[in-house]
Design a protein around this ligand. Sequence first.
Ligand code: ZN
Length: 203
Amino acid sequence: MKNIGSCPNCHKDFVVDSSLSAQKCPYCGRSFKTDEIPLYKDSVKEVKTDGNNFNKYDNSDYTKPVKIDNVPPETKKPSHGGIITFIVIILIIISSCFIIKSIFGGLALNLTERNLTSSDYSKSETQGLTSYKLTIVPKISIKSIEVSATVFNSSNQGLYSDSQSKTDLTKNFSYVFDFDFGFEVALTAYSIEYTITGVVNLI
Ligand SMILES: [Zn+2]
C-alpha cells in the first residue's frame, strides 16, 4: 500500500510504500524505517481511489502531492488608506446632495378647522452641509404648523430628528424652520425626510 509521507529530515513529501520496511527519501537521499515516517492520513483516500494520481506518485519525476487540507495562499490585501479617503470624499459629496422626501398631513380637530395642505403655502428648501432649512410662506392664514425632520444614513437608520412648530402664521410672511444637524451627522447622512402638518381655520 502506498501513502504520502513527509521526510523526517527535509520535510518534503514523497510516496511511502508501506509494504517495505524502509524508505529512501528521493530528495535528501536519507533512509528511514517506514514506521518512522509521518503519513498524511487524508491523502491515503486520494491515493487509493484515484488511479491516475497513484501512478503519478509512482513516477520518479513527480514533484509534490497536494495536501487535502492545504490552505491556498492568501491574496494580497489592498491598502486601506486610499479606500478610506475615497469613502470620506464620497460621503461629503453625498451629504451635500441629499435625497429629500416630504410627507404631508395633519389632524384637524373640529369642524371649524381643516388640515393644512401643500396648496396653503409655498416652500423653499436650503441644503447646507450641516443644516437643512425649510422656508414656508403661507398663502392664507395658518393656525399652526409643525415640521418634523429626520436625517437618515444609507442603512435607513435615523441619525438626527427634530420637530419645530409655529402658530398663527400670517399670509405672505416667511417662516424659517432651521434644522442644524451638525458635521458629524452630515458625514454619514444619506437622506432627509420631513413631515409638514398643520391646521387652518375655516372661519
Ligand atoms: Zn528527505
